[in-house]
Design a binder for this molecule. Structure first.
Ligand code: GDP
Length: 532
């Protein structure tokens, strides 16, 4: 299987991988910190290129015009770079909550997460939601308290809030010396130094700490009130704070907390260096049969966590994003698709650098490869080489709550309409249903914005103008086909079937569902795709 890599090369290559995602509430600074990391990685040369909010330049992650218009990142993309002896893969996640399903699946493909918090706002709703997904996976979570150049909340409060709202211990790796206009620097407990904040970097930025944890009294900083306050807090943390515990960090029970300002690139390098040295390499993945697939296995395996059509509007393509879970991926390998048992030859793959997509020659466990797909893959698919079947658990899907009926405006353009519907739905962000008797198209989504993007993409990518008639918010409940009697349909419960042909009712509201239960007490309804 491994032609060009010896076992030792493979092991070394895997050990270098660090694959993570950044979670945050919109506006906390995820894009800004990502950009700084890309700068350190040498991928981009100037800040402001990832999201062209200020500079007017646009980069790969803004491939869709709608993103530019709204200034939000709708799609997940993958950024890879080498830094400090590591091969770093950052999986970008859409910030808007209507796309949280996409984000949830992306979080299944990472080995660690970075949580960015705005120090003025603390833990916000979207942070909390995403945190819970990561927590459930039991992977390490690192926290970056951002925007220290502005006045924010008390650092001790921010740490306490992690425990109160997220139920995770916070361990301060460093500590702010002042904030906003009074920001002097950070007290770096780990590296035993003070990192000075200067708007223009001149001279030495670091002051080493003496053995007792203080700086030389002759240093002018020693006189500053902010420094004295920070020392007081540090004393408190040393005495009464959580104890640094790597075992807890590995399980996501303790989060190392760093402070800084992404915008002024302060504390970001310190964070990145510590984070990369502590974050784990690729971990073992468990199959539905309970086998643990080790990353350094001789056989290749991976799973599809995302499918995206038309990444590049100039070339019609569909890309299946695969997280490599074991072994090495090489161009032209034959894999088995666990769902169908079919063998596929993977000739066409792409790897992700920030602003160009390159043909991949080799990727190993921890990496993400993009496979050009002609309709073979579905989200959650497992692929593998070797004789033993590898089937990873299903990925979470949300039950859609909003529904619209979709029709083409121009009936002469049925062909492009059907093609677009089929391909966009396969990406998995939006669900397609057909009504029972008339085969009308009904779309289900978690948020309204998903419909808007869908409509926009139908027009721009498939030249198909579509009309969307809202059906409103509904509760989707599947019914056993054996128990289905078409007379059960009424004006309050639209009967449809999903892509696999399974029947379900879209109930107008809870009342309509209860009414149905009362009328047909023996009929069992399930919220099949529900995720808590
Ligand atoms: P995202 O929505 O989480 O990706 O947030 P962005 O990175 O786009 O940042 C949101 C806004 O906060 C932008 O206007 C940034 O310039 C600003 N911002 C990000 N980091 C900092 C920071 O450290 N300090 C200050 N003052 N502003 C910041």
């Amino acid at each position: 299987m491994i032609d060009t890599l010896t076992k030792k090369d493979l092991d070394q290559a895997i050990a270098k991988r660090r694959t993570f995602a950044i979670i945050s509430h919109p506006d906390a600074g995820k894009t800004t910190i990502t950009e700084q990391m890309l700068l350190f990685g040498g991928v981009i040369r100037s800040a402001g290129t990832v999201k062209g909010k200020k500079s007017g330049q646009y980069a790969t992650s803004d491939w869709m015009e709608i993103e530019k218009k709204r200034g939000i990142s709708v799609t997940s993309s993958v950024m890879q770079f080498d830094y400090a002896g590591k091969r770093v893969n950052i999986l970008d996640t859409p910030g808007h909550e209507d796309f949280s399903e996409d984000t949830y699946r992306t979080l299944m493909a990472v080995d660690a997460a970075v949580m960015v918090i705005d120090t003025a706002k603390g833990v916000e709703p979207q942070t909390k939601k995403l945190f819970q997904v990561v927590k459930k996976r039991g992977i390490p979570i690192f926290t970056f308290m951002n925007k220290l150049d502005r006045d924010g909340r008390e650092p001790l409060d921010l740490i306490a809030e992690l425990e109160d709202l997220l139920h995770i211990e916070g361990y301060a790796m460093d500590w702010p010396i002042g904030m906003g206009k009074g920001l002097k620097g950070i007290y770096d407990r780990q590296n035993k130094r003070i990192e000075l904040y200067r708007s223009e970097a001149k001279g030495e930025n670091f002051i080493p700490l003496n053995a007792d944890g203080t700086i030389d009294p002759s240093n002018p900083l020693a006189e500053e009130g902010e420094y004295q306050d920070a020392l007081g807090d540090i004393d408190l943390l040393n005495e009464a704070g959580n104890k640094f515990d790597l075992a807890k960090i590995a399980k996501g029970e303790q989060t190392p907390v760093f402070f800084g300002s992404a915008l002024t690139n302060f504390g970001v390098k310190t964070f990145l260096d510590s984070f990369l040295s502590m974050a784990p390499g690729p971990s073992a993945h468990e199959t539905v049969d309970g086998d643990k697939i080790q990353p350094d296995s001789d056989d290749f395996s991976g799973f599809v966590f995302k499918i995206q059509a038309n990444m590049n509007p100039n070339h019609r393509d569909r890309i299946a994003f695969v997280r490599v879970t074991s072994g090495a991926f090489e161009k032209g390998i034959d894999v088995t698709l666990a769902r169908t048992g079919k063998t596929l030859r993977l000739n066409n793959a792409t790897e992700f650098m920030s602003d160009e997509r390159e043909q991949v020659s080799q990727a190993v466990a921890g990496d993400i490869v993009g496979l050009y797909d002609t309709g073979n893959f579905a989200i959650g698919d497992s692929i593998y080489t070797g004789k033993t079947k590898v089937q990873f658990p299903k990925l979470p899907q949300f039950t859609p709550e909003l529904f619209v009926r979709v029709t083409p405006k121009n009936v002469m353009k049925q062909k492009s309409f059907h093609k677009g519907m089929k391909q966009l739905v396969q990406e998995g962000a939006i669900q397609l249903y057909r009504t029972y008797n008339t085969e009308d198209y009904v779309l289900g989504a978690v948020g309204q914005l998903q419909f808007e993007v869908f409509q926009y993409r139908m027009l721009h990518e498939y030249n198909s103008e579509v009309e969307m008639t809202p059906i409103g918010s509904r509760t989707a409940r599947w019914i056993d086909p054996e128990q289905l009697d078409p007379s059960m349909a009424s004006s309050r419960n639209l009967l449809v079937k999903d892509l696999a042909g399974n029947p379900l009712f879209l109930f107008e509201n809870r009342f309509a569902e209860n009414w149905f239960h009362d009328k047909y007490p023996d009929v069992k309804l399930t919220a099949k795709f529900e995720m808590d």
